[in-house]
Ligand binder design. Structure first.
Ligand code: BG6
Length: 483
């Protein structure tokens, strides 16, 4: 059995920065299945050798250790290049011939990876169908579709319809690279491979949940894309919504694609749709100073680079427990974390500790970059009467386990090759996530709430603290210490 990965958008950034380095790392660790070949497809005319040489350079820049030239040589022998235009049917016929020659009649799993600009998703899929390269009945053909999957619920629905004309849902792998992060999978392990957390994982013990994805970086060279997307489409509809569902789901019976995704869909359905009149108070939006001077952005742009959203999950477990989601660029540090803020003790018999929520227990799931988990709890300060102080138990992945944390794409590519869709989004999941975001985006586009400016290096606009304090809560804003 052999495997062919055809990458559309072969000369693009994603291919050189993420996909090929991830495949090389899997090869280095002897994790790639036997007989994997990579075929790049894009318009730039290039020979196999020229593409291999380019990839050697970019891979060296995007892996944690120096490139081993002997290993690279053995890996590069399976890399091929096919120049072609997604709009040209003839180029797909030529691709078909190349694949047939390379595969030489061997039974092959073929993965089509769409790493192109999103406007090419539909035509690429249609051409694959027309060229008979993606028979719906052929379970060994798979298609991987990068984000953004649509720009709202209607466009996502349309794209789903188009993909379903050519591929069966079981052949479709919609990427959300957050799902490939080890710490994100670990949310399920923490909750469902232990007994001590689940009994308190509900409205009786949890006051609220904060999910933050803060980035220190600005939009950089991606101004043109970002200006039409903004933080809601770029981070909330996908990554933050995935973190929310994994934090909130009921235990699936098995760790299988549809069992997990069914539970996630139940949560998405339980999220209370935001009424337009509530968007002004239940969300916050901001833009960092200097954003409009970034290359590719409009000089009068009102695109939000920071957002905070308070969502309610209407089910028995989570009734009355708000989920505060927050993400921004140009923030004070890079940190993605899920904070489970427990309730205060019902009665505090120690006078020295005021009964305040932020002094109550807290579980912090550090998704990145200081991957780990902390539990915060009160402790008696020795030799100081009955004085108490909040202290923490600190688990850190890098201290506990040897080796580097792998890039998300390694896990995801391996899963696609093995036909495991557990860490990919299903059609209904993507559409539901958009339907939660759409009313918020519409109100933001209409100017509600007011766009707050913030200085780069802040935690969003100055109103951010007051926004959450109205609910008698506080942001947990600690930048993680890297070990
Ligand atoms: C991408 C967004 O999906 O995720 C980027 O388009 C963002 O804007 C990136 O920077 C964040 O990913 P990570 O893995 O660095 O947290």
């Amino acid at each position: 059995m052999s495997h062919t990965i055809v990458i559309f958008g072969a000369s693009g950034d994603l291919t050189s920065r993420k996909l090929v380095p991830a495949l090389y790392e899997l090869h280095r660790k002897h994790r790639l299945p036997e007989g994997v070949r990579i075929v790049g497809f894009s318009r730039t005319p290039m020979t196999h050798e020229a593409w291999r040489a380019k990839l050697a350079e970019s891979t060296a820049e995007n892996i944690p250790k120096p490139l081993d030239s002997t290993l690279w040589q053995s890996f590069a022998e399976s890399i091929f290049y096919q120049p072609g235009d997604i709009e040209q049917a003839g180029d797909f016929a030529a691709l078909g011939q190349t694949l047939a020659r390379l595969e030489a009649g061997a039974e092959t799993t073929c993965v089509y990876y769409l790493a192109t600009a999103p406007r090419f998703y539909e035509p690429a899929i249609a051409q694959l169908g027309a060229a008979c390269l993606a028979e719906r009945s052929c379970k060994r053909c798979r298609v991987v579709i990068e984000k953004p999957f649509g720009t709202d619920a209607a466009s996502a629905r349309r794209l789903n319809q188009k993909v379903h004309e050519v591929f069966d849902e079981s052949q479709i792998y919609r990427i959300d690279h957050y799902l490939g992060k080890e710490t994100v999978s670990n949310v399920l392990v923490l909750r469902f491979a232990n007994t001590i957390f689940e009994p308190v994982w509900n409205r009786n013990y949890i006051d609220h949940v904060q999910i933050t994805a803060a980035e220190q970086g600005t939009v950089g060279r991606r101004g043109e894309y970002y200006d039409s997307a903004g933080v809601l489409r770029d981070m909330f509809q996908n990554h933050l919504m995935q973190l929310l569902t994994l934090t909130a789901i009921e235990a699936p019976a098995r760790f299988e694609a549809d069992a997990v995704r069914d539970e996630k869909v139940k949560i998405l359905r339980a999220i209370r749709p935001m009424k337009v009149e509530d968007v002004a108070t239940r969300t916050l939006r901001g833009q960092y100073r200097g954003y409009c001077d970034e290359p590719g952005t409009r000089s009068d742009s009102t695109t939000a680079t920071f957002g905070a959203v308070c969502l309610a999950v209407d089910n028995w477990r989570w009734q009355g427990v708000p989920f505060y989601l927050r993400s921004g660029k140009a923030m004070s540090c890079r940190t993605t974390q899920v904070v489970i803020q427990f309730r205060q003790p019902p009665h505090m018999m120690f006078d020295a500790v005021p009964n305040r929520l932020h002094e109550a227990n807290r579980l912090v799931l550090q998704i990145q970059p200081a991957e780990g988990i902390q539990i915060h709890f009160q402790t008696k300060v020795p030799d100081a009467g009955m004085q108490l102080r909040q202290t923490e138990l600190d688990f850190n992945f890098r201290r506990q386990f040897a080796g580097d944390m792998p890039e998300a794409y390694q896990r995801l590519l391996l899963d696609v090759l093995q036909g495991d869709a557990s860490l990919f989004a299903r059609a209904d999941e993507v559409e539901l996530a958009w339907s939660i975001i759409d009313p918020i985006q519409q109100a933001w586009d209409a100017g509600q709430p007011e766009l707050g400016l913030y200085e780069p290096g802040q935690w969003g606009p100055p109103t951010s603290d007051a926004w959450i304090e109205r609910d008698d809560r506080q942001w947990f804003d600690l930048c993680p210490v890297l070990h």
